[in-house]
Design a binder for this molecule. Sequence first.
Ligand SMILES: [Ca+2]
Length: 194
Amino acid sequence: MVPKFLFLCLLVGTVITTAKSAIGDVCPTSLLDKIDNFYLQEYNGYCFSFIVNFKRTFDEASKQCAQDGGTLAMPKNKDLNDFLQNTAFDSYGSIDELWIGLHDKQKEGEFQWVDGSDVTWTRFAKGNGPLNIWLVKNVEDCAAIDPLDGYWHDSLCNNILPVSVSVLNSKKGYICQYLKPQPGAMSTNTTSTT
Ligand SMILES: [Ca+2]
């Protein structure tokens, strides 16, 4: 009995260790210590943090992601977009829009990813993004994903009026994306501690 019990303990311990190290292998160490690992997910070699319980403006959310060397999530294809949508809804019960790393701040109607790469696939909802025909399109320059259907909506990036005007409160939850620095690689994303 004793050897069997010990074997079981070792097996369970190995499984738990393996599960933890999967996230640890892909997420920045600084992030692992900062937020509840329940909100971290791995997909295709990238680490994603789902910040569904804290609402921030687009710029505030971008800064938070950058603190650990990341960016807002960039779902550049349907597979990743489906993963982000399903995880936000199924795992975290999120029904509110979440910021992603896409905007048309530079030129109205020309959306770009926050890493500067070309936008070759989009999932804008009807009448949103480049298809937005209303005047508000000039101030709705940042994109968010709807966890209910995976479609994107352009929205106010930052508050332009006091937050007390709740209908114009631009704060949302958000999803960050990280690629863990490889050992020996020079980090260019280290933020100042001052
Ligand atoms: Ca716009």
